[in-house]
Ligand binder design. Structure first.
Ligand SMILES: C[S@@+](CC[C@H](N)C(=O)[O-])C[C@H]1O[C@@H](n2cnc3c(N)ncnc32)[C@H](O)[C@@H]1O
Length: 219
């Protein structure tokens, strides 16, 4: 099936309507291993080969995984965080927090659980505290790094980033650049790409960024 990306809302619509079977044997061995590990609630130790597969992407999003989380590339993010304490907002089922925890990062996952009706699998893969992202940002300023992957919309994410940056804290964003998925072109903060290579579904351009205030030289 040819897949043309039509936006996050369309994806959510598709995810709500389709019921995906778990007949994975028609995939090649690595894709099959990747999807089976997700089905089992484990962090995949391999990457999908068929990155152009609409089926595989929807299989993952229906299981609450928007950015492709694997044990491999998350090691580099864990190294970047180092000994700092972290908190993830809009964490969904907690895939990223689970992977980072497995690499030794001290991190808490939070989500308001508003995704419940769009997913086949809703059981968190690690402890995910049910909390609105803005409330988390205000009450967990004791943490040093705030992480958000595939925020549902630009706001309240931008407001949260501003608050955290004003407190001298670090913010990591995983998603597309301004105007792509997750943040609109009117996102006013600077996205500086970290040298961390993560796999992307074909047509997606999500990367790992540090969110920074714009300097005088920035457009
Ligand atoms: C597109 S999913 C991304 C999930 C996960 N971070 C990932 O990358 O796979 C967006 C998530 O944001 C959560 N969410 C939306 N609005 C929220 C809010 N105001 N506070 C906390 N979580 C929210 C939804 O429940 C959903 O899990």
């Amino acid at each position: 099936m040819e897949y043309t990306y039509q936006g996050l809302d369309k994806d959510l619509e598709i995810a709500k309507e389709d019921t995906y079977s778990t007949d994975l044997d028609r995939f090649g061995p690595l894709d099959c291993q990747f999807l089976r590990q997700i089905e089992g609630g484990d962090i995949p130790n391999c990457e999908p080969v068929s990155l152009n597969s609409f089926y595989s992407r929807t299989f993952c999003t229906k299981r609450g995984m928007w950015a492709i989380v694997t044990a491999g590339w998350t090691t580099a993010l864990a190294d970047w965080i180092g000994g700092r304490t972290a908190i993830e907002i809009m964490a969904g089922r907690g895939w990223l927090t689970r992977a980072l925890s497995e690499h030794g990062v001290n991190i808490i996952a939070t989500d308001d659980y508003s995704w419940d009706d769009t997913h086949d699998a809703t059981e968190p893969v690690c402890k995910v505290e049910q909390m609105d992202a803005e409330e988390v940002a205000l009450t967990h300023l004791d943490r040093e790094v705030l992480i958000c992957s595939w925020p549902h919309s630009t706001e309240p994410f931008q407001k949260i980033c501003r608050l955290w940056l004003s407190e001298g804290k670090s913010v990591v964003y995983i998603g597309e650049d301004n105007g792509g998925c997750c943040v609109r072109e009117d996102f006013e903060l600077r996205l500086e790409r970290l040298e961390i290579d993560m796999p992307q579904w074909e047509g997606m351009h999500d990367c790992v960024y540090e969110v920074l205030e714009r300097g005088e030289d920035d457009e």
